[in-house]
Every structure is written in structure tokens, then in C-alpha cells.
Design a protein around this ligand. Structure first.
Ligand code: NAD
Length: 500
């Protein structure tokens, strides 16, 4: 039986890494002679170590910011012709695709997700680089019509050094999501991945160098809270993109505000999934179960609150959902399981605490509700019906494979329940009635409304971000480019003596 350690070593060797330790990636290389501490990165499905990775400290962040700053000021990337930056980003996309299988193995072992999902993640990561490669030489300023004696235009300049802090759940995709647009606009980057899942961010930074991104432009420092705090409060960065929980996001925003550093916050969610009686159940059941059970529910935009219409058809839908949940195979993602583990023991314990509270206040567990007695940080796929939306399981972000079910009668009530949340990240509506679907779409307060669809790992082209406590700013799409550029206005007076 091949161990997780052997699998990781095999994939890393195929990716050109023959070391048993990965140091921070600064100034175009893994730091040689790194003297800091290392931590073992563990496969959450087997609890076996994969490789040791540096536990980056504030001094490492300082070094990375200095490197990013020097690379930015040199103009080697920021002042390069945008089409040439685009060519290099396209090369990164191509390389990611060529190495997709090995990178997906790493993603599966690092996060625990099913291999098919990891492959989709690597493709999405390649798409980020490809999409922003195409925009590098198309995102320009405008001319402003003023008085006859004036000519006015805007320049969109790279904002500078972008600090990026990402969570554990989509390390490859999040590296592309923030990294690719920043690079396309000419910024330099310091990215701090989660200490739980730092592997692909480090590997992608090395690929960027290999493909022609100059040294110092793309730095990755793995580390924990101290490293994160140092980055978000660093006076040497010009912008910060944070993806993670609401509590950490508030801290990051406060730290950034002290330096007047603009921030993008992509935070948590408790996204409603409204299923009307007239929905196409065959389509809906695949989408609804995908939206809660992919990545074992560890997705910010997961559809975690199922609002199902009170009727015989509604009952039928719930039966189908329970049946679907029971059909999932729990196990190692690398072996083809359809439900992997949670990322860590800590995350498993957190979700288990919610499961213990499930039956409080009238909650009824329809399926699952436990932690399987096996190695690895698994949680059973769970569906819990709660009496109303005030129940704790309907209000708090659980971040596990736990669907909360609430009944509704009509469209008005569905809208009220959907909006009764501190979050507003995403939402899903399933109905064949376009009138109902669009009426609800206009009422729901969330950054995204998905009607009769749920696509995992796609949507690079679509703006993404939250209302309310789910954050501010937008990533993805053309919209994110505003975060990585500064607008400079240039106004020219023409022969003013004659015209005044
Ligand atoms: P987290 O907030 O615990 O950590 C996120 C990142 O912040 C990690 O890299 C962590 O090391 C770092 N960090 C922790 N404390 C910090 C501090 N005080 N200052 C600076 N950095 C700090 O989140 P997590 O558990 O890794 O991820 C799960 C959360 O992320 C969920 O709430 C989920 O909804 C959210 N998320 C949001 C999106 C989105 O796009 N909206 C996407 C993925 C995940």
C-alpha cells in the first residue's frame, strides 16, 4: 500500500522538487540555508506527513516585502509592455496544464479533496492566468471631456506591492485568483497561504519564475497568525487581498486601515438554496448536493441553507437529497472517494461541536450527524432539519458537509429567510418559473445569484464577492482589476492665453 508520504514525494519529484523541506519562496527561489523552523504538512485523509514546510515568521515577511518592493521599484515587471506580461502569464497557464496531474495530486493530499475536484481546481487556476493574460493589454484609462482648452486623460498604474492572505480550502485557485490579476496589472506580490495547505502556492510561485516572471515579483511565505498579522499591518505593502473568516477579516481590515492600505475582503457565507416545487429535480439534486458536499462543505460559497417549499413535492426533494448524501463514498480523495476529510483535526472538532448542537431547539438529523470511527478528519455528510432560520445551525458558518433544511410557503417568505443572515456571499434558486426566479434574484442581498446552476471551480470571468459581513470589494472578472491599479489623472492646458 503506497503511503501519502510516498505519493507526495512522487508528485513533488515529477514537479522538480527533490527536497524533503520547502523554505519560503522569496526573490525568485526557495530560500537557501533557511534557518527558521519547519512544520510537517499532513494528509488529512491518512494523517501521514507529506513534507515539511517553513513556519514563516515576521522576519520572513519583512524579507519578502523588501524583495517585492525592490522588484516593483526596478520596473522590471511593472514597466514592462503589458502584452509581454500577458505572454508570460499565458506561459504559466500552459505549464499548469502540462503539470496538472501532479499538481492535482498535491492539492488532493494537501487539502483532502476528491481528485476530480483537485483537477478542476488546477484547470481553474490555469484559467485565472489565461484570463488575466488576455486583459493585461486591454485594461486602460479614458479621456475625460472638459473645457475646450483642456485635454484630460487617466492612466491606470499598477498599485504596487500586493499583500495576499489566503485560506486553506482552495490554495491553488486562490493563488491564481489574486496572483494572476495582480501580476497582469504589473504589481509585485507577497502571498501568505494557510499553514495547513501551503504546497501549491509555493509550487506556483516557482512556476511563475520558471516562465519568466522576474525574481522578487511573486513571493510566497507560508506561516500562521504572526506572519499574517505582519503582512496585513506592513507599511511596505500598497494593497491587501484577504480571503478567510469574518473574524480574521475584521482584524486584517483594521490593521490595513492604520496604514491607509486599501483592502479587499472575501469572507464567509451561509448561502441560501431555494428549491421551489416546480424545479427540475434531476438537475436540482445534483446542483444542491454539489453545492454543499464538494470539498466536504469547506467552500465559502457553499449552499448551506436549503429552503424547500412546504408540500408533497418538497418532501420528495428532501428524500432525494438524503438519498444522495447517503450515496457519497467517504475516503481518500486520491482513491476516488466522493467525500474527503476536513482539512485538520481542529476543523473536524469544530464541525463535530455543531453536530452535537444539531438537535437543540428542535433540530432533527435526517441523515449523518456523526464522525466516522476511522483514521483521518472525516465527518459524515449530514442533513439537519431545523424549525426555523434562527437556529444556530442556520445562522453560523459551519464549514463542513452539513446542510440545514428550513421550510417555506411562498416567494415572500423565501426572500425573508434567505436574507435573514449576517452573510451575503452567494445564493441559489431552483425553479422553472423565470418570473419567480428573477423576482427572487432582485430581492436576495448577496453578491451572486445562481439560477438553476451550480458549477464547481468555474466562474473566473464572473465578479465574486460579498454583501454584508461576507466582505467588500470584488475578485474575479474584470472587476477585480480595480484593486490592483491606481487611477492617475493627467490634465493638460492648451494655449490658455488665447482661449480665456
Ligand atoms: P482564517 O480566517 O482562519 O484564516 C485565513 C488566513 O488568514 C490564513 O492564511 C491564516 O493563517 C491567516 N490569519 C489568521 N489569523 C490572522 C490574523 N490575525 N491576521 C492576518 N492573517 C491571519 O480562515 P480559514 O479557516 O483558513 O478559512 C475558512 C474561512 O475562509 C471561511 O470563513 C470561509 O468562508 C472563508 N473563505 C472565503 C472565501 C471567499 O472568497 N469569500 C473563499 C474561501 C474561504
Amino acid at each position: 500500500m503506497i503511503s501519502s508520504t510516498q505519493r507526495a514525494q512522487g508528485a513533488l519529484a515529477a514537479l522538480g522538487i527533490d527536497s524533503t523541506r520547502l523554505a519560503p519562496y522569496i526573490d525568485g527561489h526557495f530560500q537557501r540555508d533557511y534557518t527558521g523552523d519547519y512544520c510537517a504538512v499532513v494528509d488529512p485523509a491518512t494523517e501521514e506527513p507529506l513534507i515539511e514546510v517553513a513556519d514563516g515568521q515576521p522576519a520572513d515577511i519583512d524579507r519578502a516585502v523588501a524583495s517585492a518592493r525592490a522588484s516593483f521599484e526596478s520596473g522590471a515587471w511593472a514597466r514592462r509592455r503589458p502584452s509581454q506580461r500577458g505572454q508570460i502569464l499565458n506561459r504559466i497557464a500552459l505549464t499548469l496544464r502540462e503539470r496538472a496531474e501532479h499538481l492535482a495530486v498535491i492539492e488532493t493530499l494537501d487539502v483532502g479533496k476528491p481528485h476530480a475536484e483537485a483537477l478542476a481546481d488546477i484547470e481553474a487556476t490555469a484559467r485565472y492566468f489565461e484570463f488575466y493574460a488576455g486583459l493585461a493589454d486591454k485594461h486602460g484609462g479614458r479621456t475625460v471631456p472638459l473645457a475646450d482648452h483642456l485635454v484630460d486623460f487617466t492612466l491606470l498604474e499598477p498599485i504596487g506591492v500586493s499583500g495576499q492572505i489566503i485560506p486553506f480550502n482552495y490554495p491553488a485557485q486562490n493563488t491564481g485568483r489574486g496572483g494572476a490579476p495582480a501580476l497582469a496589472m504589473g504589481c509585485s506580490v507577497v502571498l501568505k497561504p494557510s499553514p495547513d495547505c501551503p504546497l501549491n502556492p509555493l509550487l506556483i510561485a516557482a512556476i511563475a519564475t520558471e516562465c519568466g516572471v522576474p525574481a522578487g515579483v511573486f513571493n510566497v511565505v507560508p506561516g500562521g497568525v504572526d506572519a499574517g498579522r505582519t503582512l496585513s499591518s506592513h507599511p511596505g505593502i500598497d494593497q491587501i487581498t484577504f480571503t478567510g473568516s469574518v473574524a480574521t477579516g475584521k482584524e486584517v481590515a483594521l490593521a490595513a486601515a492604520r496604514n491607509v492600505t486599501p483592502s479587499v475582503l472575501e469572507l464567509g457565507g451561509k448561502s441560501p438554496v431555494v428549491v421551489f416545487d416546480d424545479a427540475d429535480f434531476e438537475l436540482a439534486i445534483a446542483g444542491v448536493s454539489g453545492s454543499i458536499f464538494s470539498n466536504a462543505g469547506q467552500t465559502c460559497a457553499a449552499g448551506t441553507r436549503l429552503l424547500v417549499q412546504r408540500s408533497a413535492r418538497g418532501e420528495e426533494f428532501l428524500d432525494l437529497l438524503v438519498e444522495r448524501a447517503r450515496s457519497l463514498t467517504i475516503g481518500e480523495g486520491i482513491e476516488g472517494a466522493t467525500l474527503g476529510p476536513l482539512v485538520s483535526k481542529r476543523q473536524q472538532e469544530r464541525v463535530a461541536a455543531y453536530l452535537e448542537a444539531a438537535c437543540e431547539g428542535g433540530g432533527v438529523v435526517l441523515t449523518g450527524g456523526g464522525v466516522p470511527d476511522r483514521k483521518g478528519y472525516f465527518v459524515e455528510p449530514t442533513v439537519v432539519e431545523v424549525p426555523n432560520n434562527k437556529h444556530r445551525l442556520a445562522q453560523e458558518e459551519i464549514f463542513g458537509p452539513v446542510m440545514t433544511v428550513i421550510r417555506f410557503d411562498g416567494l415572500e417568505e423565501a426572500a425573508e429567510i434567505a436574507n435573514d443572515s449576517e452573510f451575503g456571499l452567494s445564493s441559489y434558486v431552483w425553479t422553472k418559473d423565470i418570473d419567480k426566479a428573477l423576482s427572487l434574484a432582485k430581492r436576495i442581498r448577496a453578491g451572486q445569484v445562481n439560477i438553476n446552476t451550480f458549477e464547481v471551480g468555474t466562474g473566473i470571468e464572473i465578479p465574486f464577492g460579498g454583501f454584508k459581513n461576507s466582505g467588500w470589494g470584488r475578485e474575479k472578472g474584470i472587476e477585480t482589476l480595480a484593486s490592483y491599479t491606481q487611477t492617475k489623472n493627467v490634465c493638460i492646458g492648451l494655449n490658455t492665453a488665447l482661449t480665456r
